[in-house]
Design a protein around this ligand. Structure first.
Ligand code: UDX
Length: 465
């Protein structure tokens, strides 16, 4: 099939290259001429394992091309995927201006009947708006092409997007139109060979499914982060609790890892947008609001722990930071917990030596210039270089090379043996045995029974009378 993908961001680029890899002819369109020029040379603007190989191979075999002109792409396309950004508006709702601009252009330039697929995450009812916008512009120029707008949300995880696309858990196709259903079933047939992964539903159902999936996952994380906070207060090790509840199949092990908060381009934005949709309908989103609030609070946890130990003035201290990206496998810094932490530490005068296996360039680009100029933030050459002379190590992203560090080398390099672990990567007993002060998320500083907690924490009301 001849496919056109509009928007070469994360979703569009992965979708386009993977369809090309499956033998389709794909044109990816983007308004950013520099990006298009770079992509034509097979260079990916984003870090995503496996993407570069797919790009180069499919460009060389002439199945994948890039263009800045949607009008040209309209000459030959049959299926058009809208994969442009839907950034949050000031009030948290999804900003649809880019999606609707694409719809307008399609209405102006389509040369024949077409299927238009919404890949972008868009509020319920957007497919209808896109359909109306296209039809309005078709009518305006007297064209009577038949256009059907389908909702086909993506469920790609950054860092594993190629695999998620090639081996999806499910492919959701939201349309009431029989012909569109047939064509998309054909398009996705290679991904559906051994298992039935196609799920057909109405466009509005599909739009909602995307938000509900992300909000559910974010809820699991925020729930666990709240439990972790409680565990700390009660002298419980949340890692034992995690294993204890994850073994219940109804709960499962996925997305119950406590940490220093979720980030990225999807969860924060989609939870807020869903809250907004609820309020638009006069429904108070109690759970979703709490998910968002807990996540904001969770991003502050590491800073709180550090301030609790050292006080408000951190100007005499240097910290090592391991990990800047919002999660391993990506250089994405959007809504990353590292940023909240850096803001708190730098505002209190601290110096930071940071290392991330892939997000260093992104950090140089996106973090405030004055952090670097005033030498509050320095980027280290490798993970151990970041440790030289520091008062503490803070782990924010659980990249694999951070999982089994050389404790001896750490002890030699660091001024003080202190580790704040935002991703519960280490064994507290082992860390303490090696002479480290170790503080993680939801793991009490010592294994304490309730009686000793009362003795150790003489807070008002907790003293035995
Ligand atoms: C997510 C969805 O998983 C994907 O299906 C959707 O299409 C886009 O949004 P992504 O944002 O790439 O994907 O990352 P994901 O792996 O889901 O992690 C999101 C955040 O949650 C990260 O900051 C991660 O560190 C955090 N997380 C995840 C936890 O804190 N605990 C967990 O148990 C799992």
């Amino acid at each position: 099939m001849n496919l056109t993908i509009i928007g070469t961001g994360y979703v569009g680029l992965v979708t386009g290259t993977c369809f090309a890899e499956m033998g389709h002819h794909v044109t990816c369109v983007d308004v950013d001429a520099r990006k298009v020029a770079q992509l034509r040379q097979g260079k990916s603007p984003i870090f995503e394992p496996g993407l570069d190989d797919f790009l180069k191979r499919n460009i060389a075999q002439k199945r994948l091309s890039f263009s800045t002109s949607l009008a040209d792409a309209c000459d030959s396309g049959e299926v058009f995927f809208i994969a442009v950004g839907t950034p949050p508006d000031q009030d948290g709702s999804a900003d649809l201006q880019h999606v609707l601009e694409v719809a307008r252009q399609l209405g102006e330039h389509l040369k024949s009947d077409a299927i238009v697929v919404d890949k972008s995450t868009v509020p319920v009812g957007t497919a209808r708006m896109v359909q109306e916008t296209i039809e309005h512009h078709l009518q305006h120029r007297g064209a009577d092409h038949r256009v059907v707008v389908v909702s086909n949300p993506e469920f790609l995880k950054e860092g594993a997007a190629i695999n998620d696309f090639m081996k999806p858990d499910r492919i959701i196709i939201g349309t009431e139109d029989a012909h569109a259903r047939e064509r998309l079933a054909e398009l996705y047939a290679p991904f559906n060979r051994n298992h039935q992964r196609l799920l057909f539903m109405g466009t509005r159902d599909a739009e909602m499914t995307k938000y509900a999936a992300n909000a559910m996952l974010a809820t699991k994380i925020s729930f666990m982060n709240e439990v972790a906070h409680l565990c700390e207060a009660l002298g419980v090790d949340v890692e034992n609790v995690r294993l204890g509840i994850g073994s219940d199949e109804r709960i499962g092990y996925h997305f119950i890892y406590p940490g220093c908060g979720y980030g990225g381009s999807c969860f924060p934005k989609d939870v807020r947008a869903l809250c907004h949709m609820a309020r638009d309908q006069g429904i108070e989103p109690g759970i979703l609001d709490a998910v968002e609030r807990r996540n904001q609070a969770q991003k502050e946890r590491l800073a709180q722990k550090i301030i609790a130990r050292y006080g408000e003035d951190l100007s005499a201290l240097t910290f090592a930071l391991w990990g800047l990206a919002f999660k391993p496998g990506t250089d994405d810094l959007r809504e990353a917990p590292s940023r909240t932490l850096l803001e708190h530490l730098i505002a209190r005068g601290a110096r930071i030596q940071a290392y991330d296996p892939v997000a260093m360039e992104a950090a140089r680009e996106h973090f405030p210039k004055e952090w670097f100029d005033r030498r509050h933030l320095m980027l280290a050459e490798h993970q151990y270089a970041a440790l030289e002379g520091v008062d503490a190590l803070i782990l924010v992203t659980e990249w694999k090379p951070f999982r089994h560090p050389d404790l001896g080398a750490m002890a030699r390099l660091m001024r003080q043996r202190v580790v704040f672990d935002g991703r519960n990567q280490y064994d507290p007993h082992q860390m303490r045995a090696a002479g480290f002060y170790y503080d993680a998320i939801g793991r009490s500083s010592e294994s304490r029974d309730p009686a000793t907690i009362i003795a150790l924490d003489p807070r008002p009301g907790s003293q035995p009378r």
